[in-house]
Design a protein around this ligand. Structure first.
Ligand SMILES: NC(=O)c1ccc[n+]([C@@H]2O[C@H](COP(=O)([O-])OP(=O)(O)OC[C@H]3O[C@@H](n4cnc5c(N)ncnc54)[C@H](O)[C@@H]3O)[C@@H](O)[C@H]2O)c1
Length: 250
């Protein structure tokens, strides 16, 4: 079934991990997909694999911290596909420092990439969605936007900001039929967490906090994002979808 038939979606950070899985799933479900990332070559390779002989996948270089880049992405999307129905603010970077270890520069970089980008993305995309009668915005937060874990101070703050910004955006745009939700993955095996998955002690810890008897895959998150992007979730806005194998239940 094509759950996103004729929808136009922008997915940021689509060269790797969850963004790449979301782009593939969206395309398989009939969407026209604009994949963006700072890593141009990797992005191009992923896009080529997804595209096959379809003309409905576009890949564009995009630094999500740049207002100029966002304007370019939006213009290109309109030029190629005529409208924007879905925005997945997925791009992000990790950071594993405690408050005492973190520098102001490090803190600011994480806020810029992870949460300022979500603000800019919503700010420039929502007016386009208004013109086409509505849309769905999905912002990738984390379980670390809900619970506290030692270390990761800047990351926690950036993901908490995404969680509450999503709720205020949901309130502001509901009258325009634009839904805004946040997604909160637990531990998912992607390039971001590659080094963690190589350390048996960390893997043991991850398994001990995750009741479900396996760890997460990018497709687990992509399935949730697909649901929030589709009309199946048309009365769901301002909510937070936790995809963590049960970690935050205890
Ligand atoms: N992997 C996990 O366990 C996990 C858990 C919770 C939340 N998340 C969040 O999910 C999202 C996707 O993470 P992932 O695990 O797939 O990571 P990933 O590192 O595999 O992919 C992230 C992508 O974002 C891109 N990116 C980084 N900075 C960018 C910028 N300035 N402009 C544009 N693109 C940029 C990277 O190039 C990369 O391709 C992130 O927001 C992450 O914080 C991940």
């Amino acid at each position: 079934m094509e759950r996103l038939k004729d929808k136009v979606a922008i997915i940021t950070g689509a060269a790797n991990g969850q963004g790449a899985a979301e782009a593939k799933m969206f395309s398989e479900n009939g969407a026209k997909v604009v994949m963006t990332d700072i890593l141009e070559e990797e992005l191009q390779n992923v896009a080529n694999n997804i595209r096959g002989d379809k003309k409905s996948v576009l890949s564009l270089k995009h630094d999500v911290t740049s207002e100029k880049d966002w304007k370019h992405i939006i213009n290109e999307t309109k030029e190629h596909f005529g409208k924007i129905d879905i925005l997945v603010n997925n791009a992000g970077i990790g950071s594993t420092k405690t408050i005492e270890e973190e520098t102001i520069e490090g803190w600011e970089k994480v806020q810029k990439v992870n949460s300022n980008s979500v603000f800019i993305g919503i700010k420039y995309t929502a007016p386009e969605m208004k013109k086409s009668g509505g849309g769905s915005i999905i912002n990738l937060s984390s379980v670390y936007g809900i619970i506290g874990v030692k270390g990761y101070s800047a990351y926690h703050a950036s993901k908490g900001a995404i969680r509450s910004l999503s709720k205020t955006a949901a309130m502001e745009f509901a009258k325009h039929h634009i839904r805004v939700n946040s997604v909160h993955p637990g531990l998912i095996q992607t390039p971001m967490t590659e080094s963690l998955f190589l350390d048996p002690n960390i893997v043991e810890w991850m398994q001990s906090v995750t009741p479900w008897p396996r760890l997460g895959k990018p497709e687990d998150v992509a399935n949730g994002v697909l649901f929030l992007a589709s009309d199946e979730s048309s009365f769901i806005t301002g909510t937070e979808l936790i995809i963590d194998g049960g970690w935050t239940t205890h």
